[in-house]
Design a protein around this ligand. Structure first.
Ligand code: IPE
Ligand code: IPE
Ligand code: MG
Ligand code: MG
Ligand code: MG
Length: 349
């Protein structure tokens, strides 16, 4: 057995024992005993395992895929009347078509870092992925970015029609709130409420949808660095921020840690959109599975447009260093999250 070191973290004295034993999760074992006990984190002292991130991501993604598939089943749930097959098919086209699943993976890894890895976490993570998929279906609509290709396939409005794509987006968004409200997500209804409210705020007016408004309003307009950062922190940053924050909330992390992971999510959220904007300039539609070279054509306000490639890349590297700094207090436990942050900078699709 690996040598272990034990740290005591005061202030966590209630709850039930929780063990995570699956492959990478066994780096963290938490004892949340009766009052009088302390939360104890057991981690490997000699952490020589090099993470095969690609393999790790695909294992996580397969689990996410399976849950998303069952959520988008054709059979109506209690309280629903019927699920129109064409709408189910359009939703499945928008959600089960090979996304990287980065947001749910971030949530799952954040929760795992704080010692929680159960099916409830995967469920909450899938709720977030449903919101993300809805955002893409609507982002591609003719009234928005007007794209024909997504994840290597025709966009939902191309494969079906615009009305179906609008309704598929609406239904994916609504389903997300159904999923996150399920009792199986977390035993504490207060946690479920917090997750729902935070998801609403990340997705809507003051988050992703608001950011999309700013993005569209900024087309062919001069925008300052601060204005671009604001719109990107909303349209893309808000959901990545939520991914990390929700992972910490699900694991009943201390408020300071929740704040730290929220900040980590903000930083990688900005980095993620900068990488997307760079890839729009530098990558091919074949590797991206979506059109490239479109931002300049559409007059999108991006930091690449304002600064050029070199300065944007430097900012991207700075953001990833900032993200790594934020994970320092968690040292080896944050190995997967740190690897994910680096992946955001180096990704090729
Ligand atoms: C694309 O997100 C939209 C942006 C916020 C830039 P992803 O690159 O995560 O898309 P999928 O889910 O892997 O297709
Ligand atoms: C999308 O930003 C942000 C969303 C909220 C979907 P982009 O418009 O740059 O995303 P892509 O390039 O179409 O994936
Ligand atoms: Mg867009
Ligand atoms: Mg777009
Ligand atoms: Mg883009």
């Amino acid at each position: 057995m690996d040598r272990i070191k034990i740290r005591h973290r005061p202030g966590h004295t209630t709850g039930t024992a929780h063990f995570s034993n699956s492959s990478l999760d066994d780096t963290a074992i938490w004892f949340q005993g009766n009052p009088g006990f302390q939360k104890v984190v057991v981690i490997r002292l000699e952490h020589t395992v090099t993470i095969d991130l690609k393999q790790h991501l695909s294992t996580r993604a397969a689990r996410i895929e399976a849950v998303l598939t069952s959520l988008l089943d054709g059979a109506a749930l209690p309280g629903e009347t019927a699920r129109p097959p064409r709408l189910v098919a359009a939703m499945r086209h928008g959600a089960l078509n090979g996304g990287k699943r980065l947001r749910p993976v971030l949530m799952i890894e954040t929760a795992a870092m704080f010692g929680r890895s159960d099916d409830g976490v995967v469920q909450a993570a899938c709720a977030l992925e449903l919101v993300h998929c809805y955002s893409l279906v609507h982002d591609d609509l003719p009234a928005m970015d007007d794209d024909d290709l997504r994840r290597g396939l025709p966009t939902v409005h191309k494969a079906y029609d615009e009305a179906s794509a609008i309704l598929a987006g609406d239904s994916l968004l609504t389903l997300a709130f159904d999923v996150v409200a399920e009792e199986t997500v977390h035993e504490d209804a207060g946690v479920r409420l917090r997750l729902s409210r935070d998801l609403a705020r990340a997705s809507g007016l003051g988050g992703m949808a608001g950011g999309q408004m700013l993005d569209l309003e900024s087309e062919h307009r001069a925008r300052s660095e601060d204005e671009i950062r604001l719109l990107q922190s909303m349209k893309t940053g808000a959901l990545l921020r939520y991914a990390c924050r929700a992972g910490a909330v699900l694991a009943d992390a201390a408020e300071d840690d929740i704040d730290r992971l929220t900040r980590f999510g903000e930083v990688i959220g900005l980095a993620f959109q900068l990488a997307d904007d760079l890839l729009d300039v530098e990558a091919s539609p074949e590797t991206m599975g979506k059109a490239t070279g479109k931002d300049a054509e559409a007059g999108k306000a991006t930091l690449v447009g304002l600064w050029g490639i070199e300065k944007t890349r430097a900012e991207l590297n700075r953001l990833v260093k900032e993200a790594a700094e934020l994970l320092k207090p968690f040292d080896e436990r944050a190995e997967v999250l740190a690897a994910l942050a680096s992946y955001i900078v180096s990704r090729t699709n």
